[in-house]
Ligand binder design. Sequence first.
Ligand SMILES: Nc1ncnc2c1ncn2[C@@H]1O[C@H](COP(=O)(O)OP(=O)(O)OP(=O)(O)O)[C@@H](O)[C@H]1O
Length: 246
Amino acid sequence: MTDSALRIANVSKSFDKPVIRNLDVDIASGQLYALLGPNGAGKTTTLRMVVGLTPMDSGHISIYGIDTRRDPLGAKAITAWLPDEPMLYDKLTPSEYLAFVAGLWKIPPAEAAQEAERLLRWLELWEVRDTRCEGFSRGMKQKVALAGALIHKPRLLILDEPLTGLDAAMARSVKDALRAQVDAGATVIVTTHILEVAERLADRIGIIADGKLHAEGTLAELRAMAGSDDMTLEDAFIRLTSPMPA
Ligand SMILES: Nc1ncnc2c1ncn2[C@@H]1O[C@H](COP(=O)(O)OP(=O)(O)OP(=O)(O)O)[C@@H](O)[C@H]1O
């Protein structure tokens, strides 16, 4: 049996109206999972509840078996969250930023320096390690934030729209980095509006609409659910998220 990396069980959340309704999602360990859905479907809210930034109204969430409400610190220690607009301290250099984040995780400095060097080289930031982030392009800042998210070696990496605004080369480099994380044994969850990314990159795809999981599976399974073996993910997505005819 495959281990569960993330289990969302019967979770609901309302703001001024219900946003997430009895949501159940189970994501197996060692996968790249793409969460898709129309605007306002509840993707970001779901992920913010997973990482403890938005309290859920009811239900349970566990990360590698750790209940996020009973043991929030234990759950956070193995999770990384990269929002769509990551906050970087622009006046810091990549090296300083990683040392700062490692300090928050109480990683011993020598160990942190070694891991920072590995990440900076791997993400092609080594040459600019001592340059302040303020002059960096959006893609470079995204990669520095990604390095910061990875410094404590999380088992579950969650990224909200990681490729927005990146040019093709930078998007490729971030996609390669995410796939490498999975190959190294981590679980990666991304939200994306770029269906081609989900189509090419994800092992499994979940489609959320109206605060519920409408469909989930591999691309082939989603095509089959939508009723055709040769449709694109875009066609399947539109069909699976369209309201049923009365
Ligand atoms: N803090 C909040 N207060 C009130 N309403 C909120 C709050 N956060 C989210 N919402 C509402 O919850 C709904 C779901 O928002 P959410 O950001 O989770 O959707 P999403 O699927 O990530 O959308 P998008 O693809 O557009 O980013 C929206 O109607 C949004 O306005």
